[in-house]
Design a binder for this molecule. Structure first.
Ligand SMILES: *[C@@H]1O[C@H](CO)[C@@H](O)[C@H](O)[C@H]1NC(C)=O
Ligand SMILES: *[C@@H]1O[C@H](CO)[C@@H](O)[C@H](O)[C@H]1NC(C)=O
Length: 530
């Protein structure tokens, strides 16, 4: 027993010695620990503000006249949640052109304070993750003898570049000197010029000085920046100083964004089967879905159709170029969209509802042409109802900054301008349920699975600022249902579907929708109108 204990103790000692020996002889790599929350770049922000030039006190005494027509366009502090137009309780929809809805009502008054606090905390963390020194206001001083790059300098993480464009302008002086300070990296020179004194090379703060300005300027051509604190996407503020003058400029630090390209073949004409996948979500309505598939096959016999299905008793849907994904029962509308889109491997995805019907006017090639020849990410078509009514459901989406209550979200019918080269197409922010999109962009924005029963524009709200959206009125798909006439008999599956899909407006479903706008998107108010 004792000998066993001895052996164990000896074993432990021996391995400890071995580890120590290894640590000593192993080529150790020094890993620095970086406080990624407290980015030095952001600390620079405060000091930067102190460096803003003092406003000339004389200026404040000079009077001015406000030009209301222009001053009114400026964002004011805090958006206001109010409807525009005559606001009579019973005729609201008829008389008011813009309806406003406060979103905090999605929560019970008792829990609202706590919800708001949590939202603030999450929002502050998000801002910390997103903001870099590149977001800081920098003002160039008047008559500054310093020359430097104002934008466009970029370095890969932990790599070195030559800072282009540094120079000092001639000012009569015995000795010329310049100091450079970085916060996320070090400064050095790639070559030395005789007659120039260099101090602090290889450090965050470097001084160069010379009696001859030309020599100093020659030396400035060889100044390098090396990023030392790894971050995949941030920016460093470099501070530049000579006697009596200072300047700041930004060096972006980021990995290259890896491209995701689709090899679409060599054909002269668009091969829709190779370029486009049709994606849809179905729930209970197998008769409608079969009509859709039949109509698609008439025009596009080899295009892949991806179907996400969360019916209770899923039926088998099979056939060539069909992928049928079965989901847990009632998983929901956006979850299904997400699943369907996640399985697409072609460059473009065409979203259709399961009760659409392709006709000779459903020319997908036209939508492909728009995306191939413009910078748009997504282009909508037109949905034609049984009644003959058509809609492209064009919406512009804008936000207005509010303070701690959140921002205001404004949805308006319409578009911005006609797309050059495509007289039938316009640029807008949101479109109808029938659209062709770049697959990778739709996957990036994603369909929030929390929107389980109603939802459509929420996708475009989430995509605001990243999706470039268009709408064309010459590509039309037919809608087999939707407008429900009370006298028309509904099939059993239609009835069951309607129960899920069209919950009463006051229900928990729309409450949770407003709750998402309030918390997830940090809005306080939604306004809709013409
Ligand atoms: C540059 O930095 C050195 C040391 O930090 C300082 O003594 C000198 O005054 C600075 N020069 C200028 C031009 O700011
Ligand atoms: C179009 O692409 C599909 C799928 O990549 C391929 O099977 C088909 O042969 C192509 N059609 C033509 C006309 O090249």
């Amino acid at each position: 027993m004792r000998s066993l204990r001895k052996t164990v103790v000896f074993g432990i000692l021996a391995s400890a010695v071995l580890v120590l020996a290894l640590m000593h002889t192993w080529p150790t790599r020094a890993y620095t620990t970086i406080e990624v929350w407290q980015r030095p770049g952001l600390l620079a922000e405060r000091t930067l503000e102190d460096r803003l030039p003092e406003p000339d006190p004389q200026l404040s005494t000079i009077p001015f006249r406000v030009r209301d027509s222009v001053a009114g366009l400026l964002a004011h502090n805090g958006c206001v949640c109010e409807s525009k137009g005559v606001n009579l309780p019973f005729f609201q929809i008829l008389s008011s052109r813009v309806l406003a809805r406060p979103l905090h009502t999605a929560f019970k008054p008792a829990e609202l304070e706590e919800v708001k606090r949590r939202r603030d905390k999450e929002f502050k963390n998000l801002q910390k993750r997103l903001q870099t020194s590149a977001d800081v206001l920098i003002i160039a001083e008047a008559n500054n003898p310093l020359q430097y790059p104002t934008q466009g300098v970029e370095v890969r993480p932990l790599k070195t570049i030559i800072i282009p464009g540094l120079a000092l302008q001639d000012l009569p002086k015995d000795r010329h000197s310049i100091n450079l300070t970085a916060t996320l990296g070090t400064l050095n020179v790639a070559a030395e010029v005789d007659g120039v004194q260099i101090r602090g090379d290889g450090e965050m703060c470097m001084s160069l000085s010379s009696a001859a300005l030309t020599k100093l300027n020659r030396q400035l051509q060889f100044v390098t920046y090396t990023n030392t604190l790894f971050h995949p996407n941030t920016a460093d503020t470099v501070h530049l100083e000579t006697e009596g003058h200072q300047a700041n400029f930004i060096i972006k630090i980021r990995h290259n964004v890896t491209p995701k390209l689709y090899n679409t073949g060599t054909e002269e004409e668009y091969n829709i089967s190779a370029l486009v996948t049709i994606a849809t979500k179905t729930f209970l309505r197998y008769d409608k879905l079969q009509n859709l598939i039949d109509s698609v096959r008439k025009y596009y016999p080899t295009v892949t159709i991806v179907i996400a299905d969360d019916s209770q008793n899923p039926r088998s849907i099979s056939g060539p170029y069909i992928e049928h994904y079965i989901m847990p029962f009632g998983k929901g509308w956006f979850a299904g969209r997400n699943l369907a889109v996640s399985q697409v491997t072609t460059k473009y995805v065409l979203w259709v509802d399961d009760d659409f019907i392709f006709t000779s006017k459903t020319k997908v090639e036209k939508l492909v042409d728009v995306l191939e020849r413009t910078t748009l990410d997504l282009v909508g078509g037109v949905v034609r109802e049984v009644t003959g009514y058509t809609t492209s459901y064009r919406q512009t989406i804008s936000t207005e900054p509010g303070e701690e209550d959140g921002d205001c979200l404004h949805l308006r019918r319409g578009f911005y301008h006609v797309l050059q080269g495509f007289p039938n197409c316009v640029v807008t922010d949101g479109v109808v349920n029938f659209f062709l999109a770049r697959t990778d962009k739709v996957q990036q924005v994603g369909f929030d699975p929390r929107l389980n029963r109603v939802g459509h524009l929420e996708f475009f709200i989430d995509g605001l600022g990243s999706l470039h959206v268009g709408s064309c009125d010459d590509v039309v798909v037919s809608h087999a249902s939707k407008i429900k006439f009370p006298w028309a008999s509904q099939s059993e599956s239609d009835k069951a579907y309607a129960k899920f899909r069209y919950p009463p407006a006051s229900s928990d479903v729309s409450q949770s929708k407003f709750g998402l706008l309030y918390f997830k998107n940090r809005f306080q108010c939604l306004t809709r109108g013409d």
